[in-house]
Ligand binder design. Structure first.
Ligand code: SF4
Ligand code: SF4
Length: 337
């Protein structure tokens, strides 16, 4: 990791956010948090829409923009595969924890075999981050580069943001030339964090060993009684990336398309193979597998746990299953805390 933030700062009046979006919309599909049907979520916005950039929590981060929950990979017509056009995107209003999530998915999807569609969407995209309104969601790691952003909006004044530009972003240098930005010598205050859930994750090797040694624990059977097998924990996780593909062929056989869509290892069908045999029929086994992938396999393969402590899997679990409490219970069982 490199040293703490030493960026270059500009001021942007909040009333000029619309002008920034209009500028970006000339070349990008602009995604920003909006209240769509009541729930705040990232959506493609049109000129004149009012995004809600200042927020504490959002159910789905920007993962879905670069890895849509359903997408056509290609169509085949007259024996020729045609890929749908992918337009460059600008994401406005991503929290630091989600910037780290994007950075980690960049690493995961760049590991051979690279994910062609992720790379294609990420290349040439613009990311504008923003400070969360609740410091519970502010990641300690924002203090370090490299972090995936072009511009970052720090809270500064009720009418304006302090805009940090990433020193290695060529696109940021171009955007910042717009007249809505003014240079300043001001710099944001260091951030206070309140990430109480980091403690248990601060020692990846220890967590990894706890999960690896827990396969026969009664904890997984107990979870089975309350888990609803809904897959929400997986869908909302910024680092879950399992998918399935489906081919659809026309009756005449001259047209077909291949789609991919999010899948979840916590769902019963995920581990079903042809003939109907399911090698993880019990929900407890599937949950163990979810933890095993995140906390054991990821460490063995990439030296990091596949969890950045965003807390979404707990906040949005209808059965209120808290992954930290599970790890703590397993640690107590194994007498390692
Ligand atoms: S969100 Fe909760 S109830 Fe649903 S699959 Fe995950 S752990 Fe089970
Ligand atoms: S806290 Fe849960 S949702 Fe967030 S990164 Fe970790 S496993 Fe995924």
């Amino acid at each position: 990791m490199e040293g703490p933030i030493k960026g270059q700062f500009y001021r942007l009046k909040k009333q000029d956010i619309g002008a920034l979006i209009a500028y970006l919309a000339r070349n990008f599909v602009v995604w920003a948090p909006t209240k769509d049907g009541g729930a705040l979520q990232f959506t493609p916005i049109k000129l004149g829409d009012k995004p809600q950039l200042e927020y504490g929590k959002i159910q789905l981060g920007p993962k879905q923009i670069f890895f849509p929950h359903k997408e056509i990979l290609f169509n085949v017509k007259k024996g020729k595969a045609v890929e749908p056009k992918i337009k460059p995107v600008a994401v406005v209003g991503a929290h630091p924890v989600d910037l780290i999530g994007l950075q980690r998915l960049d690493e995961i999807f760049s590991t051979p075999p690279q994910d062609y569609y992720w790379q294609k969407r990420r290349q040439g995209s613009v990311i504008i981050g923003i400070e969360p309104t609740n410091n519970k969601y502010f990641s300690d790691t924002l203090a370090y580069y490299p972090l995936v952003f072009d511009l970052f909006l720090h809270f500064h004044h009720k009418d304006s943001y302090l805009v940090e530009i990433h020193p290695r972003s060529i696109l940021a240098q171009k955007i910042i030339k717009q007249k809505i930005f003014t240079e300043t010598d001001l710099a944001p205050q260091p951030k206070q964090t309140n990430r109480h859930f980091d403690q248990i994750l601060s020692d990846p090797l220890k967590v990894s060993q706890i999960i690896e040694n827990s396969k026969k624990s009664k904890v997984w059977q107990d979870l089975e009684k309350i888990c609803l097998n809904c897959g929400i924990c997986t869908y909302v996780c910024p680092l879950c990336y399992c998918f399935s593909t489906k081919d659809t062929i026309s009756a005449s056989g001259d047209k077909c398309k291949r789609c991919r869509y999010w899948d979840a290892c916590t769902l019963a069908k995920f581990s079903e193979i042809s003939g109907g045999y399911n090698f993880r029929p019990a929900p407890g086994k599937r949950l163990y597998n979810w933890y095993y992938h995140k906390f054991v396999r990821a460490v063995k393969e990439r030296g990091k746990i596949d969890c950045i402590g965003c807390h979404r899997c707990t906040d949005f679990c209808p059965a209120k299953i808290d992954f930290r409490k599970i790890i703590e219970r397993l640690a107590k069982e194994q007498k390692v805390i």
